[in-house]
Design a binder for this molecule. Structure first.
Ligand SMILES: [Zn+2]
Length: 433
């Protein structure tokens, strides 16, 4: 299991630092746009260049000479452009209308060589050398930043510097990953051997040429989102900040003065911007998760009755689920990934082992799933994510089977699980729930 956390921090910048970042972003965008032009072909997708190494070899020294950017930023800009061209080519292959990607948002990707993080500040490479803006952090911690970015249990992966024109502020979205890979699932001793030998559903990916691979996503209160590939977006930093904002709002409401009222309005705007930013980051990571695992479809549960299904969800959660779905639905197609929803009935109570599928309310106890029939024990949200992916895969198989043209030419639909592939075909035998 892969546990990732995201911290969004606002930067406190002097005018000089701000100018340096804007000038850096300008040159970064220049590199990305130059790269996209170089890679693009108007005539045929086969003429587009999508090999990162080749493109970098062709453009790198030229772009280094033309700009004041340091090595990692030039490479990051090239990488971003090639990835964008790649996903546009994927859409082109499917017959969609496409054009050469262009870059205009001031967003830059930093890694461990171009950024360093300290307790209260970051050091970022710019065209004018390193700048060290401080963070806007609340006085009373611990903040998500303390917990994840500075924690020894988490490693810094990458961060995205983003300029928000609406608020005229720079934000850093910092991604971290838990180092020791602490597995939060509880696997009983009886099942540990099975787990090691490939478990129930880790059918090797090379057993066929699946036309469609599915990434299932479970949304919930314990973890904001969990994917069928076993990545957790825990969202407790989101919960933490929602509580902080709420506390502050309560204080202002009690005062009841005009000044407090104005402060309340400002707070509302700030909170709104912060929430959106947070969910955007998670949405981007979900799309990246799908691309990393070569998934063509991201599947969510239908959110219509989510409040009834999750009685412990606050309105913050429900808001986050809906936005997250909307953002992914809007972002994923740009990268050639489609987004679907399935009926949520019993996805949390059903055993996701392919050879079981037993559904019972006693299978689930909070975060813990334990199948009363086969003894499969696993994190409940992860089990749910697999079921959501499987339900879509099975539905597709079912539809293909019932169509008059179905037969050997059926396109199998696979659910991507922990690096292995779970073939939707094998679910034909499972009694529907
Ligand atoms: Zn079972």
């Amino acid at each position: 299991m892969d546990v990732r956390r995201t911290a969004v921090v606002k930067l406190n910048l002097s005018d000089e630092q701000r100018d340096a970042l804007h000038r850096t972003a300008e040159q970064y965008l220049y590199c990305a746009n130059r790269t996209a032009d170089y890679c693009w072909s108007d005539t045929a997708y086969t003429g587009c260049k999508t090999n990162k190494r080749e493109v970098r070899d062709a453009l790198y020294s030229e772009l280094r000479e033309e700009t004041d950017l340091q090595t990692q930023l030039v490479q990051a800009a090239i990488r971003r452009a090639v990835e964008a061209v790649k996903s546009v080519v994927e859409r082109w292959k499917k017959g969609q209308r496409v054009s050469c990607p262009t870059f205009s948002a001031e967003t830059m990707d930093y890694d461990t060589r171009s950024a360093t993080f300290y307790r209260n500040k970051a050091s970022l490479a710019t065209v004018e050398g390193r700048v060290e803006p401080s963070f806007v952090l609340p006085a009373d911690g611990p903040t998500p930043y303390d917990q994840y970015v500075l924690s020894e249990d988490y490693e810094f992966r990458e961060s995205t510097l983003r300029y928000d024109a609406a608020t005229d502020k720079f934000y850093l979205n910092i991604s971290t990953r838990r180092i020791d890979g602490v597995d939060e699932t509880c696997v009983s001793s009886a099942h540990q051997n099975a787990k090691r030998s490939g478990d129930d559903d880790e059918v090797p990916a090379d057993t066929g040429h699946p036309d469609q691979t599915v990434l299932g996503i479970d949304l919930g209160v314990n973890s904001l989102a969990v994917s069928s590939t076993g990545t957790f977006w825990q969202g407790d930093d989101y919960d933490h900040w929602c509580r902080e904002f709420e506390k502050r709002r309560g204080e202002l409401q009690q005062r009841g003065t005009q000044a407090a009222h104005n402060a309340l309005l400002r707070l509302g705007k700030r909170e709104d911007a912060w929430r959106k930013q947070y969910i955007h980051t998670v949405a981007n990571e979900l799309v990246t998760e799908a691309l990393t695992h070569d998934c063509d479809v991201i599947v969510f549960e239908d959110l219509t009755d989510i409040r009834d299904r999750l009685p412990h969800a606050t309105w913050h959660h429900v808001w986050a689920f809906r936005r997250l779905f909307e953002y992914v639905e809007y972002k994923a197609p740009e990268r050639g990934v489609s987004v679907e929803q399935v009926e949520p009935n019993h996805t949390s109570q059903r055993c996701s082992r392919t050879d079981c599928g037993f559904t019972h309310e006693d299978n689930r106890h909070g975060e813990h799933f334990c199948c009363q029939k086969c003894g499969y024990e696993v994190n409940a949200d992860y089990n749910g994510a697999k079921n959501i992916g499987l339900r879509y895969a099975r539905k597709r198989t079912h539809r293909l089977r019932s169509s008059p043209t179905s037969g050997s030419g059926d396109a199998p639909v696979d659910v991507r699980v922990n690096g292995g592939t779970l073939n939707g075909e094998s679910h034909r035998q499972i009694a529907g729930d």
